[in-house]
Design a protein around this ligand. Structure first.
Ligand SMILES: *Cc1c(COP(=O)(O)O)cnc(C)c1O
Length: 382
């Protein structure tokens, strides 16, 4: 087959509104953390219906700072899923704690809450559920574990700004929820992140931790010329800047519209990809609001790479979300994991590929993806 069309895996939704918004910042004097970041934080908190939001440089930073707030370090354990982007587990390792993986449900790919309980030890400090592909984990069940064992709950909500399950949204039943505005996420500033908090005492701590523990951020230093700043805690450099915030503010206003566009694409895929031999779709959680971040499909793991590279050969952007973290070279060699440790995560991770999904995707492009996928599957089976 030859490439008849180029279908991008992702195209960002940035348009004139965002360009204007950024231009306004660029014409002003203040590029780093200032009034635009504050405006984004309050708009995002309002959207999430969360008490507080702190704008950061990435979701990885949000996870790391959440662990800092919890005083997590050497000797501690944090439970998470192996079916995620490496950032989730890497942030745990960087904090000095040990990641303890728990297998996923074989139909949704979400961490299996029943198995978590068996993995909790006296060293367990936190559970980090990942709302994979845009579907939320069962936060009510996780909250019961949090209460029963006194562990913290930090959500990796990089895929799930818009989701809701059993009336619960990210950031509402946890200590903190971490968000990403990386280049391919549902709203994006190229790089960027945020943390939503329910704990009041973490707000000023996080505002310091994101910027070297300084008592005054740049906008305060600019406006208060008659006082010195001090450094009270050891922080890092994880602040969101006004340029990123200006890019995000107009996108946030349109986030439900974007979601609706992606939902239409998902319905179209689901309608045209059902009952195809050798192809399985993700199980939808009934009654939950899906943030539709990714559209994974599953094929026989022996055929996965053939289908994946075959689609790329005909001009279609596809990715793997995710080869299981515990089987990457580093985790195998440093933590001693091997195949067979988490059978459900491995079965899904080695059989999955994600199809293009974004607000600019056209029906013609989707038809081409569907037809190419069917052809490759037919060719691969015989
Ligand atoms: C993108 C992503 C992250 C990391 O986000 P950054 O903003 O790039 O740090 C973490 N977890 C998951 C599940 C992701 O998809």
């Amino acid at each position: 087959m030859s490439a008849k069309m180029k279908v991008e895996f992702y195209r960002h939704p940035i348009g004139e509104d965002e360009i204007l918004s950024v231009s306004e910042v660029l014409r002003g004097i203040f590029l780093t953390t200032g009034h635009k970041v504050a405006e984004f934080e309050s708009a995002f908190a309002q959207y999430l219906n969360a008490p507080h939001v702190v704008g950061l440089s990435s979701c990885t930073a949000a996870l790391k700072l959440a662990f800092r707030c919890l005083n997590i370090g050497k000797g501690d354990e944090i439970i998470t899923t192996p079916l995620t982007f490496v950032a989730t587990a890497n942030a745990i390792l960087e904090s000095g704690a040990a990641p303890v993986f728990v297998d996923v449900e074989d139909d949704t790919g979400l961490i299996d809450v029943e198995k978590i309980e068996k993995a909790i030890t006296a060293r367990t400090k936190a559970i980090v559920p990942v709302h994979l592909y845009g579907q939320m984990c069962d936060m009510r069940a996780l909250y019961r574990l949090k209460e029963k064992y006194g562990v913290a709950l930090i959500e990796d909500a990089a895929h799930c700004i818009e989701g809701m399950r059993d009336g619960v949204r990210p950031g509402q039943l946890s200590d903190a929820a971490c968000f990403s505005f990386y280049a391919t996420k549902n709203i994006t500033s190229g790089e960027g992140g945020a943390i939503a908090l329910s704990r009041d005492e973490w707000l000023s701590l996080l505002q310091k931790l994101r910027n070297h523990g300084m008592t005054q951020d740049a906008s305060l230093r600019y406006s208060k010329s008659n006082s010195h700043w001090d450094m009270e805690v050891l922080g890092g450099k994880y602040n969101m800047n006004n340029i990123q915030a200006a890019l995000l503010i107009p996108q946030l206003r349109k986030i439900e519209k974007y979601l609706h566009e992606r939902e239409k694409c998902v319905l179209y895929y689901r309608q045209h990809l059902k009952n195809i031999p050798g192809l399985t779709l993700l199980e939808e959680i009934p009654g939950a609001k899906n943030a539709f971040h990714l559209f994974p499909v599953f094929v026989d793991r022996k055929l996965r790479d053939k289908v994946l590279f075959g689609l790329r050969d005909v001009g279609i952007g596809v990715t793997v979300n995710y080869n299981p973290v515990h089987l990457t070279k580093y985790y195998r060699s440093h933590l001693g994991y091997q195949e067979g440790s988490f059978p459900c995560a491995e079965a899904m991770g080695f059989s999955t590929l994600s199809l293009p999904l974004h607000v600019h995707l056209t029906q013609d492009e989707q038809d081409y993806v569907v037809d190419s996928l069917k052809l490759l599957l037919q060719g691969a089976v015989v």
